[in-house]
Write a protein that binds this ligand. Structure first.
Ligand code: COA
Length: 166
């Protein structure tokens, strides 16, 4: 029985020990979209997490990091920059588990909604987010993937946390 079948899935905060796996997963998932030093990027995420400036959650199967997601403050709630599941573990529900976890984190941080941008070409990713409660709210230029049209998507995690609510 595999570790996924036997339920050894856990989600926790980023740690130093996860950095190589996060960099490898990022490289596998994003090298065709972004040009980054993924090792430096993983280290920066840990640094910002330790400064309390970003939430970074890591999903593990047994002791092996299988994916991660980050969430930072945005003027209207929280913003997901990256979510990635290692290709060998995709389509098994791990990405959805990670999003559920990040929504809980958003709520406990006081964010009433979460937003993100997806390239309009990434139909599979758009449908992944839709199935997980996100809706398309508009279009915006992707400042990182320059020249690519971005689809802005949001998910309200707790309307009671809306800043205009009395
Ligand atoms: C987008 C991404 C994070 C989704 O993670 P994932 O773990 O594959 O997501 P899920 O398994 O929860 O859902 C994906 C698909 O698996 C299916 N699925 C969910 N649970 C499943 C299970 N237990 N068994 C089989 N399939 C399952 C879902 O129905 C969904 O299918 P569909 O969208 O094709 O209809 C992942 O594909 C990824 O890392 N992509 C590369 C990086 C990227 O593009 N990130 C997003 C932009 S930052």
């Amino acid at each position: 029985m595999s570790d996924i079948d036997s339920g050894k899935i856990s989600i926790g905060d980023i740690e130093e020990a996860h950095l190589d796996s996060i960099a490898e997963i990022s490289k596998l998932c994003f090298s065709n979209m972004y040009e980054f030093d993924w090792y430096e990027n993983a280290g920066n995420m840990l640094k910002l997490f330790r400064q309390g400036r970003v939430i970074v959650r890591v999903i593990k199967i047994g002791e092996k990091a299988a994916g991660f997601c980050n969430l930072r403050s945005w003027p209207c709630g929280g913003w997901i920059d990256l979510i990635a599941i290692s290709p060998e573990y995709q389509n098994k529900g791990l990405g959805s588990l990670l999003l559920e976890d990040i929504k809980e984190k958003a709520k406990s941080t006081g964010y009433w909604k979460i937003s993100l941008i997806v390239s309009e070409r990434e139909e599979k990713v758009i449908s992944f987010y839709k199935r997980n409660g996100f809706i398309i709210v508009g279009e915006m230029l992707d400042e990182i993937k320059r020249g690519v049209n971005g689809i802005l998507m949001s998910c309200i995690v707790d309307y009671e946390l809306h800043p205009n609510k009395d």
